[in-house]
Design a protein around this ligand. Sequence first.
Ligand code: FAD
Length: 299
Amino acid sequence: MHDIARLSRGPRRDVGVSFEFFPPKTAEMETALWEAIERLAPLQPNFVSVTYGAGGSTRERTHATVARIVRETNIRPAAHLTCVAASRGEIDDVVRAYWDAGVRHIVALRGDPSGGLGSAYQAHPGGYATSTDLVRAIRGIGDFEVSVSAYPERHPESASFEQDIDALKAKIDAGATRAITQFFFENDLYFRYLDRVRKAGVTIPIVPGIVAVQNFKQTAGFAKKTGASVPQWLADRFEGLEDDPATRRLIAAAVAAEQALDLMDRGVTDFHFYTMNRADLVYATCHLLGVRAKAAAQA
Ligand code: FAD
């Protein structure tokens, strides 16, 4: 049963948020991205991260976006980086370029197989074979903060939770200081996973990744590939709204708010939002969590 009174809670200074964006492909997308960043910046996120396209396809765009965040905002950026399709030397150069641009936080990932999700991963012959190797290399280049991925429903390539958690532990031993989870819709999955990793001796923050479902069909398709389950109740909520984007957005806002508030009620204080480069749903969810724009928070 949900406690409706919690919806009227006021500002909370102990809640931290971070926002994930993807690098824009066109001038219009660039404008939309910067509108989203400007809207969300007053919430003073712990950091904003910029993804790295499959196969390293966005290397320059990721770098340009992160560099612009450094130049034009006071927000701390985090650059995603993967091991895919690049030699160690090339990756080391990217890391050094980030350091020189003033970036001090990298989200280090293995990346998806070049043949697409579901095909076997093949490391670049001269590249880093695992995310663990990448984390170690980044830490060797500079005193970066390094975040890594975590999978409440385990990574689809992991044979078991034990193997999955061992992989997480290897990344931490190599120098990772925070894990951000794949998105999930059932909060119990997150808490069960958190139990498992804490029992395994993991002490770094495991920050839940939250996605506001703007397009149910697309999210469900993506979830299937990444091993995240989509509960029937979620499908039911979007049923029949295929041609009704306005109502879909209201439902999406309600779903994200419900999930985030439940996490908060159960003790979570740090949240990572997959923004899809759109601010409004995320802004509203943060507001419900008690996160206020700086000027309002000081009033
Ligand atoms: P890893 O932690 O490397 O694990 C992958 C598999 O390898 C697992 O089966 C694991 O058990 C195994 N493994 C890991 N380490 C070892 C080891 N030391 N020894 C043996 N086995 C090991 N993809 C992008 O292309 N660009 C992005 O910007 C991006 N951002 C992401 C952000 C978040 C928060 C998350 C959760 C995912 C992101 N991804 C991104 C997706 C990610 O690249 C894929 O899920 C990919 O398939 C796995 O990379 P990983 O670093 O998450 O997994």
